[in-house]
Design a protein around this ligand. Structure first.
Ligand code: SF4
Ligand code: SF4
Length: 146
């Protein structure tokens, strides 16, 4: 993945669901009249604001910046576990199936009233994992020391 910060929608089930469409203030997500249609992202309209992340009940929306740093991407993802990670902490970055792929550094942890209980976590990972990493797991002390 290359380019600028934008949403990545990984919604593959044709279920009756559309809050992502209403959550985007820029009209970048379209489902249309058939509520079981899969959401389509207009990447040109997407600003990467992240408002759609917590709106998705399926936890299927991420915001990825493949050029966050010289050798790092950032991945913003929904997180519904406690305790929450601390900003600056090192965690295990995991793929869509929960398998650890690398370490991640927590950039921000956002809990807003409009998120209705879902926290949005922003994490930096090596650039090559921008398309792979989608969440995190906490590391134990031994893993942190290794
Ligand atoms: S990141 Fe912001 S602009 Fe992009 S689709 Fe989500 S709500 Fe819309
Ligand atoms: S809100 Fe999430 S689960 Fe529902 S249609 Fe949008 S992306 Fe898919």
């Amino acid at each position: 993945m290359s380019g600028r910060r934008r949403a990545v929608i990984e919604c593959f089930e044709e279920i009756p669901c559309n809050p992502c469409e209403a959550a985007c203030p820029f009209g970048a997500i379209r489902i249309g009249e058939c509520i079981t249609s899969l959401p389509q992202l207009d990447a040109e309209k997407c600003t990467g604001c992240g408002r759609c992340i917590a709106a998705c009940p399926g936890l299927a929306i991420f915001v990825v910046d493949p050029e966050y740093g010289a050798s790092e991407a950032s991945v913003d993802f929904p997180y519904e576990y406690v305790p929450l990670p601390a900003e600056g902490s090192i965690v295990a970055a995991v793929d869509r199936f929960g398998k650890e792929v690398c370490k991640g550094r927590i950039l921000a942890v956002r809990k807003l009233p409009s998120y209705q209980g879902t926290t949005v976590v922003s994490m930096a990972v090596p650039t090559q994992y921008a398309d792979t990493v989608r969440s995190m797991k906490r590391l134990g002390r031994k893993e942190l020391e290794s």
